[in-house]
Ligand binder design. Structure first.
Ligand SMILES: *Cc1c(COP(=O)(O)O)cnc(C)c1O
Length: 300
């Protein structure tokens, strides 16, 4: 990976002028591949980026990455940049836009062996989420200044993760993940000012099928503080419990029943069903899809 080359004048690098998407491969199959491809295409259009490949070609490139690498559990990233500036031009209309893609072993924001302990988060004091009128948070982007600042604050305060508020004091998201709160038995997640995560959407659908009451709504700082369960969602790790907030336990400080149930359903949806695009043969069928069955797989 460290040998991969990009032109150093690509404005994706010098100006963060790009969009990207990340799709996972679990047990040799892509999860919700079509939704990731559609979101990527839509986000390119919003930034007036012209993808040099059509959807079928992008899909084939991603499939080839998995066939060639034989990565059974992978983090697959696709990027469309504005492209290299020619002769120092700053006119974005004149650039030839570029496409890049790579696959690396699956990335865990929270490692499965730490999943029963959960993450310690802070509500960031030193950073607010960049306003949607400046950088559209629904377009996946590399403008991570606010998120990285939040992470440093979290580490300084003895935590792992930072939740960012917007300028009205409502919850937005964290570094690369959406956030859910169980408040008065309802599952809440911010409706605006966030990346519309595909894991987030999956959790909303799975929760609705369980007849859990869900709401995409404004989530105040107060709601976050009185939540009985908190969790983060991302393609890089799935459903990740947050069990401490600003040094205090969330609920009783253990992983809650709603979080556990949704995490199990999330991984079960990776085995078979409408979300699965198989590339490599299935190996986990007998042991279950969940990462907690990994040790069984290696013993078998
Ligand atoms: C990618 C990302 C998410 C999570 O989206 P998924 O589609 O679930 O992986 C949430 N917030 C930000 C800022 C992101 O970049």
């Amino acid at each position: 990976m460290s040998q991969a080359r990009i032109p150093i004048t690509d404005t994706g690098f010098t100006r963060s002028d790009l969009t990207y998407d990340v799709v996972s491969v679990w047990d040799g199959a892509f999860f919700r591949l079509e939704e990731h491809l559609a979101r990527f295409e839509r986000n390119c259009q919003r930034l007036r980026l012209q993808l040099p490949h059509d959807r079928a070609a992008v899909r084939n490139i991603l499939i080839e990455l998995i066939e060639a690498s034989e990565l059974r559990e992978a983090y697959v990233e696709m990027i469309c940049t504005r492209g290299p500036s020619v002769n120092g031009s700053r006119d974005p209309r004149t650039f030839a836009n570029c496409f890049y893609a790579f696959a690396i072993p699956y990335v865990w924001i929270l490692k499965p062996e730490d999943a029963d302990v959960g993450m310690a988060a802070v509500i960031a004091r030193t950073a607010r989420r960049i306003p949607p009128g400046s950088v559209d948070p629904t377009v996946k982007n590399f403008h991570w200044g606010d998120l990285t600042k939040g992470l440093f604050e979290a580490y300084d305060r003895g935590a792992d993760q930072a939740l960012l508020l917007d300028y009205a004091g409502n919850l937005t998201e964290g570094p690369g993940y959406n956030v859910f709160a169980v408040v008065e038995r309802r599952l809440l997640t911010p409706s605006t000012g966030v990346l519309e995560g595909i894991t987030r959407r999956t959790i909303l659908e799975l929760a609705a099928a369980e007849e859990l009451e869900t709401r995409e709504t404004q989530v105040s700082e107060q709601d976050v503080r009185r939540a009985t369960e908190l969790f983060a969602t991302s393609t890089a790790g799935g459903v990740m419990p947050i069990t401490r907030l600003d040094g205090q336990p969330v609920g009783d400080g253990t992983v809650g029943t709603v979080t556990r149930r949704l995490r199990d359903l999330y991984w079960a949806a990776h085995v078979s069903g409408p979300f699965v695009t198989r590339v490599l043969p299935e190996l986990r069928a007998d042991t279950g899809a969940s990462p907690w069955a990994t040790s069984n797989v290696s013993k078998a």
